[in-house]
Design a protein around this ligand. Structure first.
Ligand code: SF4
Length: 62
């Protein structure tokens, strides 16, 4: 499973990083980014939860 953060949509709310810090972290632009590619199976549920919770639907499949 792979995910990316659409940098134009991310509003830096931090929810994804709170929900799944193993997969999401801040980048140098102050936006969230995916830090593991592909996403390890054990983090897929949390990553999907973060994806579903993103208020701007910025987390998408590439
Ligand atoms: S939840 Fe969405 S808007 Fe918030 S930091 Fe993560 S990617 Fe950006």
């Amino acid at each position: 499973m792979r995910l990316i953060v659409d940098q134009d949509l991310c509003i830096s709310c931090g929810l994804c990083i709170d929900t799944c810090p193993e997969v999401f972290d801040w980048n140098d632009d102050g936006k969230a980014d995916v830090i593991v590619d592909p996403i390890p199976e054990e983090f897929e549920d949390a990553a999907n939860e973060a994806k579903d919770g993103c208020p701007t639907e910025a987390i998408v499949e590439p």
